[in-house]
Ligand binder design. Sequence first.
Ligand SMILES: [Zn+2]
Length: 324
Amino acid sequence: MKIYKVSDNTLYVKGVFTSVFNKNNSLLCLLVTTAFLQLQCSSKKTVTQTSSPVEIAEIYDASWLEATQGNIPVVISVPHGGGIKPTTIADRTCGARVADDNTALLAYNIRDAFKAQGQEPYLIVAQIARTKIDLNRDMEEATCGNADMYTTWKQYHTYIEAALSKAIAEYGYALYIDLHGQSHPIKRLELGYALSKTDLEQTSTSDLVIDSKSSIQNLVDMTKDQSTKDLLIGEHALGTFFETNGFPAVPSLQDPFPKADEPYFTGGYNTRRYTSLKYPKVFGLQIEANYKGVRDSEDNRIAFSKAFSKSVTQYLEALEQLIH
Ligand SMILES: [Zn+2]
């Protein structure tokens, strides 16, 4: 078996993880007690399976992923905006490979907009291209079975887990946003709450309870007297704030559900994973940003980012009155 070793785990932890989350590295290693973090926090390059050692293939370069610490309970991941295409890594042979153009740049503009109000979200940005790994899929589908890329997948999720853990430790909860870009005919933000178009239509037009399916199920549990419907299309819904601040969004009070013939992204692997009952203090959504007017130029990205930081701030201020 060919073994690649681009970055040493020990150096990696000291040089990158600490500089990113620089308060207490050992605490972070304790905070996220997953099997893969044990790999990252260890300097071992082999594991023992029964009596014969199994070598772990490692192709990983720290430049492929970027993580920065925040000071608000907002964790934003950006899996499809990367442009690094290492020639040593074969292109994926399964699934979608198209990039979400300018979403990494958009994430930086969003961070700048928060910074202008003295705040900073946690950011986890993939710099490696989706043609090499899809960081919004489970590990096998993300890599199309290419074990050389497992370390990258695990590190990406280690960063998200660490960010969520730190945010929860500081603030008691975390809003998780998986940021993407779409090119559907209707120019609006598609907010994916792990609910289908039918679910959204039924929720907005009836009293059908679907709390257990959505990516805000944990938020419903954290709040008093708030239904999924209130939190999706009520006056305090995130989509409602986006609309009020000049950026059309579905679902929202103004646009409660996509019509049956309108394409719409419901939210993918990351959104479902991090808002599941395994993360009871996390709620969130996938945001699929349209291109024109949002991602297409620096001026538009800056304008949208101001509305984004304002909308998320208004949303969290409203929620903090509701969370018990
Ligand atoms: Zn995407």
